[in-house]
Design a protein around this ligand. Sequence first.
Ligand code: PMP
Length: 350
Amino acid sequence: MLALNSLEFKEHYTDLSLPPRLVILIASTKRSVAMPPYAFFKSKLIPLSEAKVGIMTHALHYGTACFEGIRGNWNKNEKQLYIFRCPEHYERLLNNCKLLKINIPYSVDKLCRLTVELVRKSGFKEDVYIRPLAYKSSEAFGVRLHGLEDDICIIVTTFGAYLDDKNGIKCCVSSWIRPDDNMIPPRGKITGIYVNNAFAKTEAIENGFQEGIMLTSDGYVSEGSGENIFLVMNSKLVTPATYDRILIGITRDTVIQLARNELGLETEERHIDRSELYLAEECFLTGTAAHVTPVVEIDHRKIGDGKIGKITKQLQKLYLDVEFGRNKKYLKLCTPVYTSRARATKAKPR
Ligand code: PMP
């Protein structure tokens, strides 16, 4: 089970396959064109440019894959790249593989090790985004989940801001509805369902907004195309509950815990009406790519006074400090890349 809603972590593993000498050498080498990024592909670390799939690959035709997005955050002062909540992402991925009947022969622990090795080998000294993709790899036609081969690849690339988290963004309520669990489960992070997200995102952008907020088929607020949503109402945090067709975000979980532990603020998880969006005192989106992104306007209505809210600002700062390994209290959520002793962390089940 994906262990969410807990920030009590224990050390998960402490050693790595690379010898310390090699680690030091790589850590002191600035990434350059001479050091191309690598990918984990067909059980090997190979240059990204060589990692190719055939055009008949099942997942390409039918969306039969699930994926993760994990951030590696470059801490300038420490000259360290911290991968945020790596085990939790792989736990979610392996759970979602069950939905799609994808068998991956690796444990969470092994996937974390592979990821650290991949990022280190690619030599990045800046913020990165790690994309594991578990997919139906058979080169075969036919709509199904059974009787097909599976594989996993992991890609790492540089990645800056995804949304304007400095100034806040303008959102619209999307005309695209989040699918019900018995259509395609939104909690599954299944590639095929992201066509729904892409419709919402492009509609929002083409209409002059930065993000679209999707509703459920019963008209409750669900989530953005790549983010969970929070409101501040009567100085309390409110977010759609897991039954409102959301991806159960790891950032969402972190923010709920930081709000409770550091600000003494509980989060109410419940149905949210569309009109509550317009009446909220503050609103923000959370996601691995989006961090904590303030929302200052929805459907041409200012949220609060149209400026970034006080609680949003506090949570944004707290979250960034934790994510970049600057808040030592939460360092166990971060896996350092450039060290001979890499640490992965695992949340205790609820
Ligand atoms: N909802 C959707 C649809 C997403 O794609 C994402 C990004 N993974 C999120 C929410 C946020 O999830 P997380 O905080 O785990 O990145």
